[in-house]
Ligand binder design. Structure first.
Ligand SMILES: Nc1ncnc2c1ncn2[C@@H]1O[C@H](COP(=O)(O)OP(=O)(O)OP(=O)(O)O)[C@@H](O)[C@H]1O
Ligand SMILES: Nc1ccn([C@@H]2O[C@H](COP(=O)(O)O)[C@@H](O)[C@H]2O)c(=O)n1
Length: 221
């Protein structure tokens, strides 16, 4: 069982997954990407031909959602039914519908239970868990809670740099649309009480990782 939980949330493209994974690697801890579960369920629905806007049909798919994720930052993977879908869940077609899945209350309850179980079963000394509602809903009692932010311009530039085949404008639109839909469900733009804000707008990747590690070291024994 993890002794220390570091909870990280924030908007799309702020660096939650990449920065959390690298910080976990350096600490020798586990890394839990919660967005991957929402993406994998969205992928599963698309794979089964389910209308992702049909909440009942989505909830029905939870029953046969055979999900597994690698929490070792050096061996990250996402599987559904034994099929490796680590890259597939990042495709724009999945990003475009994942917010439909995420707004279904039964989905959130089911996945939050899964996240808490995965954290409890983790044998390493600590875990960095990241996603939209981690500091407020999934792990509100975590000893370290961080809201990782960056300006909309910085986040869009980072995403555009990743997806060279997609136009910067389309990327910006998709990111803004996903944030707008997600923010109806959880507030990931404002730090809740006790949550430390880390603004990475003017930091490069390495500086952001070091800043997160500083916060972790300052708050843990
Ligand atoms: N401080 C930084 N400076 C420059 N690039 C960064 C920084 N932090 C992260 N990145 C890069 O920005 C991109 C987006 O980061 P990442 O995927 O970790 O964001 P995210 O918050 O997890 O987004 P999403 O919620 O959409 O999955 C990645 O290519 C990552 O390497
Ligand atoms: N704790 C979370 C994590 C994710 N979501 C939803 O999943 C989408 C994908 O998340 P990424 O971090 O991989 O971009 C995200 O847009 C949310 O719709 C969530 O609701 N709660």
């Amino acid at each position: 069982m993890s002794d220390i939980i570091v909870a990280v949330d924030g908007p799309a493209g702020s660096g939650k997954s990449s920065v959390s994974k690298e910080a976990a690697l350096r600490l020798g801890w586990a890394y839990l990407d919660t967005g991957a579960a929402y993406r994998a369920l969205a992928w599963h629905c698309l794979d089964e031909g389910v209308d992702t806007e049909d909440a009942d049909a989505v909830v029905a798919r939870l029953a046969d959602f055979d999900y597994s994720i690698g929490m070792d930052p050096q061996h990250y993977f996402v599987r559904v039914g034994g099929e490796e879908i680590t890259r597939d869940i990042r495709e724009p077609r999945v990003s475009a519908v994942v917010s439909h899945i995420a707004r279904v209350p039964e989905v959130r309850v089911g996945l939050n239970d899964l996240f808490r179980r995965l954290m409890a079963e983790n044998p390493k000394d600590g875990v960095i868990v990241e996603g939209r509602d981690i500091t407020t809903v999934v792990a509100p009692d975590a000893p370290v809670r961080v809201l990782l932010t960056a300006s909309a311009e910085a986040r869009m530039a980072r995403r555009s740099a990743e997806l060279s085949a997609v136009s910067a404008e389309a990327t910006a639109q998709q990111l803004a649309s996903r944030d707008a839909q997600d923010s109806r469900v959880v507030d990931f733009m404002n730090a809740a009480e006790g949550v430390t804000t880390l603004d990475s707008t003017d930091l490069d990747f390495e500086q952001t990782v070091l800043a997160l590690l500083d916060i972790v070291h300052a708050r843990t024994p």
